[in-house]
Design a protein. Structure first.
Length: 278
């Protein structure tokens, strides 16, 4: 059996798989996965969010409650369930979620003796795409990664076409970004040759704070057009929404945070179309 992922992004109708990743916690990673997924669905894309973080915040942020004995991404990684088995509706049209449970905390040890342990997610996505079920057909799959470099994150990067990096506008932002870029390059060399940095989205941006502007300038000087023009502002409505089990676009569609995620979704779609046309 090949050591490469079973899913080919070149297949007709294949989804674009984006790993939403940053090895640093508290940067708005899960918030971005939830709200970007909602915004993409709002403009007509079919979206699946794969929650691969044991904290399960992407699941609960969509109003999906954890239940005992619930089939989850843990069972998918261990080969005990397919993605189709665990996918649930979010209540938002065109947006589904493969939820996580705390069982994922022990997944790394349990995966250690499994063949193709770094490709469990890639293989599961390959099976999902091969079935061509119209109810499970997605244009985007967003994988919410844990805030650390472990086997869960490696599975995400091995399955992904590209990495979407939420980056908080703070002093140590570039340091954390450089570590992630090195990780992406290692995965690209050894596990997934198609992997790339899809883009960097600046989060928790405060225009009243000179530091935010300085960090934005620094990141753009290093990565150029890899950095999205859209920035996600600090916004209390974004912070409040998860406690209500809703993306901010449903909690307060008119707030500046919601409008920023809608602009980000449009920018990502344009960028993807340019990539396909190139």
């Amino acid at each position: 059996m090949s050591d490469l992922p079973s899913h080919s992004p070149a297949a007709p109708g294949a989804p674009r798989i984006l790993a939403v990743a940053n090895q640093k916690g508290g940067v708005g990673k899960t918030t971005t996965a939830i709200n970007l997924g909602t915004a993409l669905a709002a403009v007509g894309e079919n979206v699946l969010i794969v929650d691969l973080d044991p904290q399960g915040n992407a699941s609960t942020g969509l109003g999906i409650q954890r239940r005992a004995h619930q089939a989850s991404t843990y069972h998918v990684l261990l080969g005990e369930a397919t993605l189709a088995d665990v996918i649930v509706e979010s209540g938002i049209p065109r947006l589904h979620c493969a939820p996580s449970t705390m069982d994922l905390l022990g997944a790394e040890l349990e995966l250690a003796d499994i063949d193709r342990k770094t490709y469990q997610l890639a293989d599961a996505i390959g099976v999902l795409c091969a079935k061509a079920d119209p109810n499970r057909s997605y244009s985007y799959i967003l994988v919410d990664c844990p805030p650390s470099l472990n086997l869960l994150t490696i599975n995400s990067l091995s399955a992904a076409d590209a990495v979407l990096v939420p980056l908080q506008c703070e002093f140590f932002a570039l340091e954390g970004l450089s570590q992630l870029i090195k990780t992406v390059e290692r995965v690209k060399t050894s596990l997934n040759p198609r992997l790339s940095i899809q883009g960097v989205v600046l989060t928790m941006f405060d225009r009243r704070n000179n530091l935010s502007e300085q960090v934005a300038d620094d990141v753009r000087s290093v990565l150029g057009d890899k950095v999205y023009q859209t920035v996600i502002p600090r916004n209390v409505r974004i912070s409040e929404a998860p406690s209500h089990g809703k993306p901010v676009l449903l909690y307060d569609h008119a707030c500046v945070g919601s409008q920023a995620y809608i602009r980000l979704a449009s920018e990502i779609i344009r960028r993807e179309r340019d990539l396909r046309a190139a």
